[in-house]
Design a protein around this ligand. Structure first.
Ligand code: NAG
Ligand code: NAG
Ligand code: NAG
Length: 164
């Protein structure tokens, strides 16, 4: 077996490894961008912010805010819509707060202080079970971790058999 072939295999395995890691990398989302978590300029501000992003399992929400001025409550959809606190599942009082997304599906957050929820300091997101593949890192043959993993495994097997 020529050295060049071995080198080529190494390179392919490395490239695929990078693609797998890259496409599965967890993202950090700074809620509200440069504005952070505060009374928004309008009622749809946080919804507009969320619409430009994809949220996946393992991602983190970074809420920049000042303790005692703002807080975060994770609530049910009913509470979210009505700004009530009948079913609060999580509370974060110390800012800035980092909230890891450990459950797929919809999540609802608002600030439980004063009438901040009514003023639009509320955020609903839908967490995908698998990371979305960004257009830039995907190619015709690599569509995500589900296809890349078996290919990487196969290449590892090939490499292994070469040296035996
Ligand atoms: C809400 O405020 C943001 C930031 O100022 C702005 O970009 C957005 O267009 C506003 N949305 C509406 C519906 O006014
Ligand atoms: C969100 O995911 C979709 C579908 O995978 C993709 O087309 C889009 O570019 C993603 N948006 C961002 C901001 O990553
Ligand atoms: C409270 O909310 C959680 C999450 O939204 C939901 O799974 C649960 O069933 C709710 N509990 C009650 C008593 O409504």
């Amino acid at each position: 077996m020529a050295k060049a072939h071995v080198m080529l295999l190494f390179l392919s395995a490395f490239t695929i490894g990078c693609l797998v890691v890259g496409s599965m990398a967890h993202k950090d989302h700074i809620v509200g961008g440069s504005k952070g978590w505060r009374l928004p300029p309008n009622q749809t501000f946080y919804q507009e912010w969320a619409q430009t992003r994809n949220f996946s399992l393992g991602d983190k929400l970074l809420f920049p805010f000042r303790s005692s001025v703002y807080n975060i409550m994770e609530v049910s959809k009913e509470d979210f819509d009505a700004c009530t606190q009948k079913n609060v599942t999580q509370r974060f009082h110390a800012g800035p707060a980092i909230v890891e997304l450990t459950e797929p599906g919809p999540h609802y957050y608002y600030c439980g202080i004063g009438l901040h929820c009514e003023a639009g300091q509320k955020l609903s997101i839908d967490v995908a079970a698998t990371p979305a593949v960004d257009d830039a890192s995907s190619s015709a043959t690599m569509t995500g971790p589900t296809t890349a993993a078996p290919v990487a495994g196969f290449l590892a097997y090939l490499l292994f058999s070469l040296f035996m």
